[in-house]
Ligand binder design. Structure first.
Ligand code: MN
Length: 740
């Protein structure tokens, strides 16, 4: 097992200025935090973060990365919090550890192959700091190295995940060695039989081939040296996994597979690369179609090298990579090679940010343009990074991954999970905190939808959501709700019509005459009457064939006596108006109008000219296609309905004292035409706690201005006090309530 002092020595070897005390503090902290936890191998848990940190020293990474590696499992697996790490180690390290904790959720996600692509994207989208990915890869590498300790049932799954996600990711980040080791370890557990077979053959072969590798190394080094080129030539047999892939791809047997030897020739200068190539090609026979010059045309991830294949001394194919030391470093370390350290010294803090952003820019560029489709790269994806920057990746509480477009809301999330969840959503918790349903989701958010059955999505949501699925579902639900409202309104109208002739309405009576009305269902009839497509008198006539409409006189007299107030009351329901989105600046999506005396889910609104406030005696007027409009009983507009008593409804206020709300009223104000008059009117209303909705000029003479003011007040008393206050001002010559 690696020891802490060995880790510190490793860091010091490339970074003499390392903060040794910081490394030690992190080690002690992680050791205490993990306490008695053990790895599957039985080793103390701390051995794992220590090894992960050690892997990262091979990449010569900075102190923050090494420390974060030591701490990487603390938030996830112990009592430690982000705040605590921030406090003890600074917010930079806190951010890295938190980033790893988020990525950790990936391991909970079911590993269907179809999801692998999303997961790769998620990794990249979440990791706004590339060091998080480097630590994650090191973490995975150590877990793969110790996979044989895990229960056998788990191994194949973890190995598959490594092949699907982490190995390609390492390759994509330019870290070929890391990728190859991950692949080999995964292959071993994913297809143990195939792995053993290949290893066995390779061992047999290596007895024979060792002399071959040595011979080529020696011969080539000498030839190059004779031409004045200083070079290091290293040969090896290829890895089991890459041999396996090649056998699969070309469907050939191991025996038929000719090129299992690879050589790397590292020279001092760029010119030497081409000189070396010339010598190789004149010494051995070239295999056609295998030459690639990634120096003159570099691959977009900064990989530079010359590739060629020749027929070697023992007639076997030999693959060569020719490059300079600098190119070799980038090929090996990839993204990590990009100067987090220069000359073994940490860069001054001030330039860290730009280094980090350079490295990240490099990653972006790599991903954006990696599209050559070279067969040597397993994972060349044509999708550009921008494509998945348009997306956010969120989780359900159970860890299911939900991919949404940028700016998606919890409403979109809810509909993406299931239409029914969207329809019944009333709130959302993001990462455990209640948030408005209209907020914007971010990568890695865990979203829990709070639901209430019997809910209808407000139509205003349609404007807020960004996914087509959510929009269509909301439209459907809204349409159904509106139809229900019309049906409710229609029923009310029909009931009134029956009452007028002294009959009682029942569903059965109406159902019996559906064919006569040429409608398929009861709701069809009710909705048609509610929308004004069918006249309520025709419905009555269909039921009572001998019914003849009589002109009902005397409504006005009834009104004067307030006769409707004696009629039976309603159920005291409070009605929501899903369709009303006006005046919802505060994010309020539906407004409850506290009116008693209306049955069903009916749309309710106030008289457009003048409104109504608690304290007013009120009347509801049924209007097909619109709903119920509330008028103060003194409103002159009511005379228009004198001839249609079936449209009058007895209603009254049902105010909830605990939740006071404002109601609309309208004033006509005449002011003397002088500067500041308008300001005085607004001032008085404001000082007296009135809300001005709008003001408009209704008329003017040389001396006076007439204004119409729409305002909102608590009740009639409040409105009257505002009127009195206005009247005290000398610039105001008259104040009148409209309707009043
Ligand atoms: Mn770990």
């Amino acid at each position: 097992m690696m020891r802490q002092y060995e880790l510190v020595e490793k860091v010091k070897a490339y970074n003499p200025h390392t903060d040794e005390a910081l490394l030690n503090r992190a080690y002690v902290y992680a050791m205490r935090a993990h306490g008695n936890q053990k790895r599957a191998s039985g080793a103390p848990y701390i051995s794992h973060p220590l090894e992960v940190a050690a892997i990262l020293t091979d990449l010569k990474l900075d102190d923050a990365t090494i420390v974060a590696a030591l701490l990487h499992d603390t938030i996830e697996d112990t009592e430690t919090t982000r705040e605590e790490i921030d406090k003890l180690f600074g917010s930079q390290i806190g951010r890295l550890v938190e980033g790893l904790t988020k990525i950790q959720k990936l391991d909970l996600v079911s590993k269907k192959a179809a999801q692998a692509e999303n997961l790769r994207k998620l990794l990249l989208a979440i990791a706004d700091d590339v060091r998080v990915l480097l630590i994650k890869l090191a973490d995975r590498l150590h877990n793969m190295r110790t996979l044989h300790h895990m229960a056998e049932a788990k191994r194949a799954r973890i190995a598959e995940e490594t092949l699907d996600i982490y190995a390609p990711l390492a390759g994509r980040m330019g870290m070929q060695d890391l990728r190859e080791e991950l692949e080999d370890l995964a292959f071993r557990h994913f297809s143990p039989d195939a792995y053993q077979a290949i290893i066995h053959r390779l061992e047999e072969l290596s007895e024979k081939s060792e002399p071959v590798i040595e011979r080529i190394e020696k011969e080539l080094t000498q030839k190059l040296s004779a031409s004045g080129i200083h070079a290091s030539v290293k040969g090896r047999m290829k890895r089991a996994y890459s041999i396996w892939k090649k056998m699969e791809r070309k469907s050939v047997s191991f025996e038929q597979l000719s090129d299992i030897f690879g050589f790397r020739v590292v020279v001092d200068r760029l010119e030497d690369c081409y000189a070396t190539l010339g010598i190789v090609h004149t010494t051995w026979q070239v295999v056609p179609g295998r030459f690639k010059d990634y120096i003159s045309t570099s691959k977009q991830n900064d990989y530079r090298s010359i590739h060629t294949t020749v027929v070697g001394p023992g007639k076997q194919r030999v693959e060569l990579q020719i490059r300079t030391e600098e190119m070799d470093r980038i090929a090996e370390y990839g993204i990590a090679a990009h100067a987090i350290y220069k000359d073994g010294r940490a860069l001054p803090l001030s330039s860290r940010d730009s280094v980090e952003s350079n490295v990240y820019a490099w990653l972006r560029r790599t991903l954006e343009t990696l599209s050559e489709g070279d067969s040597a790269e397993e994972f060349l994806e044509h999708t550009k990074l921008e494509l998945f920057h348009d997306q956010v990746f969120c989780f359900t509480p159970k860890g299911q991954l939900i991919t949404l477009p940028q700016n998606a809301t919890p409403i979109d999330f809810a509909y993406a999970v299931h239409t029914n969840i969207g329809d019944t959503a009333v709130g959302a918790k993001v990462n455990g905190v209640l948030v408005p349903l209209v907020s914007t989701l971010r990568n890695g958010d865990e979203v829990e939808i709070v639901r209430a059955e019997g809910q209808t999505p407000p139509s205003a949501w349609e404007e807020i959501v960004v996914t087509g699925k959510a929009r269509a579902a909301i439209r459907r639900a809204t349409r159904a709700a509106v139809r229900k409202q019309y049906a409710g309104l229609g029923q009310k109208i029909i009931e009134r019509a029956f009452e007028r002739i002294g009959k009682e309405y029942t569903d059965q009576r109406l159902k019996a005459v559906l064919p006569r009305l040429a409608r398929a269902s009861l709701e069809d009839v009710l909705a048609a009457v509610g929308r004004g497509e069918m006249y309520s008198g025709d419905v009555v006539k269909a039921v009572y064939l001998d019914y003849r409409e009589e002109q009902s006189a005397g409504a006005g007299a009834n009104l004067a006596e307030g006769g409707w107030f004696g009629m039976k009351g309603g159920q005291g329901l409070v009605f929501k108006v899903p369709g009303s989105s006006e005046g919802d600046g505060g994010g309020e999506l539906s407004r409850a109008i506290p009116i008693r005396g209306i049955g069903g889910d009916l749309p309710v609104q106030f008289s457009p000219n003048g409104g109504a406030v608690p304290g007013d005696r009120i009347i509801g007027i049924l209007t097909p296609g619109i709903g119920i409009t509330i008028y103060p009983i003194q409103s002159p507009a009511l005379t228009a309905f004198d001839d249609e008593p079936e449209r009058w409804l007895d209603v009254r206020w049902d105010i909830d004292e605990r939740h006071p709300q404002r109601f609309p009223a309208q004033l006509n104000v005449t002011v003397i035409n002088e500067p500041g008059a308008l300001a005085q009117v607004a001032g008085v209303i404001g000082e007296n706690d009135g809300n001005i909705d709008s003001m408009s000029l209704a008329g003017k003479t040389a001396d006076y201005r007439d204004m119409v003011i729409n305002l909102e007040v608590w009740d009639l008393k409040h409105l009257n006090s505002i009127i009195s206050q206005l009247k005290t001002k000398s610039v105001i010559s008259a104040v009148e309530r409209v309707n009043g």
